[in-house]
Design a protein around this ligand. Structure first.
Ligand code: F6R
Length: 366
């Protein structure tokens, strides 16, 4: 079942181009450059009249929610809040019937996410699910939803499910932007044509596997790691850190790069490698100065940057170049590198990649 791969995780990382195609099938019309998301179309008025969107989820699915907050607010102009399902369900949140709640879950069985949506449902909110497992409890409990169609995910660490969650959320953001007249045709078509070739960009980034594996050798003895990103890449920094800690047991933290000087910079020395997501447009100069601050304190910087951006190399000890896509979709491309890095460090350390200690694939108890 693992085919040519040593682990399910690696197989699932490599399945991402196909998973993206499956997720887009029947939804993205490449000829006419438009989208048809049935569950969104059928509930368009509810989405359009939403006073806000609340996203509830856990772990990696929560990170997808954080990315979506940036996307939906930027593209569709609808206020979004993202909550850990476990906090939301117990903190007496204010929920109104005009709220739309989106529950994101690979397994569709996460107890806290299910309870959070039940709570919101009892207060009259409209519940939309984004799940991978067809017929799962969360997908059944929702009023409407989309499936990610990533196929079965066996490795405990979520990879292709996260990627397809982001694809669904990107499509949803674009549809809501159109519904609210917040996006011009030209921008919409541009965003869709980039989406149509994202699988190729992921394919291309997977060819960096050997380079990432080589790089991983330098970090098998590391006990700490910092991941930094700004804007759309901030949640990807969190996700990269989570992936590393869960499968390689290296303590890792993700931070918005600018937050560093509010505390974490105190940790920087030659034993604190920093992974910096420099695949950005507007915030690029700022991220370069963050990198220089780290280097000035003897911290090692590994950067992810767009192909051709050679200036980044001046402030990093190693740069992994990813193909150019729009900034929003580049989160998915960059994240693929972080998946590979965590994977190779875990393998080199002799950890159980697919079944890390203390973790279960679906968390059906709170
Ligand atoms: C991390 C991971 C977990 C899950 C979390 C939510 O790699 O897999 O953090 O993302 O337990 O699970 P789902 O998405 O099934 O609700």
């Amino acid at each position: 079942e693992k085919g040519d791969f040593d682990h399910f995780m690696l197989k699932e990382i490599y399945e991402q181009p196909a998973a993206i195609q499956n997720c887009l099938r029947g939804r993205l019309n490449v000829e006419d450059l438009n989208l048809d998301l049935r569950a969104v179309r059928e509930n368009l008025d509810t989405f359009k009249n939403a006073s806000r969107i609340i996203i509830v989820s856990c772990g990696t699915s929560w990170h997808a929610g954080l990315v979506a907050e940036y996307w939906i607010e930027a593209m569709a102009g609808i206020p979004v809040e993202v909550e850990y399902a476990s906090e939301f369900r117990y903190r007496q949140p204010v929920i109104k019937p005009t709220d739309v709640v989106i529950a994101i879950s690979q397994s569709g069985e996460t107890a806290d996410t299910l309870a959070a949506m039940e709570l919101a449902k009892s207060k009259g909110a409209f519940i939309f699910s984004i799940c991978n497992v067809v017929g799962s409890s969360i997908s059944r409990e929702a009023h409407a939803g989309m499936y990610t169609h990533a196929g079965p995910e066996i490795g405990v660490a979520s990879t292709k499910a996260f990627t397809t969650q982001l694809i669904c959320l990107y499509m949803l953001s674009l549809e809501l932007a159109r519904a609210n007249n917040e996006m011009e045709d030209f921008t919409y078509w541009n965003n869709l044509s980039e989406l149509a070739v994202l699988d190729k960009a992921i394919e291309q980034v997977l060819s960096l596997n050997d380079e990432v594996k080589e790089l991983a050798r330098d970090y098998t003895e590391s006990t700490n790691f910092m991941y930094l990103g700004r804007g759309y890449n901030f949640p990807i920094a969190l996700e990269g850190a989570l992936k590393l800690k869960e499968i390689s047991y290296i303590h890792a933290e993700g931070y918005p790069a600018a937050e560093m000087k509010h505390g974490p910079i105190a940790l920087i020395d030659e034993n604190m490698p920093c992974m910096v997501l420099a695949n950005c447009g507007a915030g690029r100069d700022k991220i370069i100065s963050n990198m220089q601050e780290i280097r000035a304190r003897k911290g090692e910087v590994i950067a992810i940057a767009f192909e051709g951006d050679t200036e980044i190399a001046e402030s990093a000890s190693h740069v992994l170049y990813i193909p150019k896509t729009n900034e929003m979709l580049s989160t998915i491309v960059a994240n693929t590198i972080l998946q590979l890095l965590a994977y190779h460090i875990s393998v080199l350390k002799g950890c159980d990649v697919d079944q890390p200690r203390n973790l279960a694939k679906s968390v059906t108890v709170e």
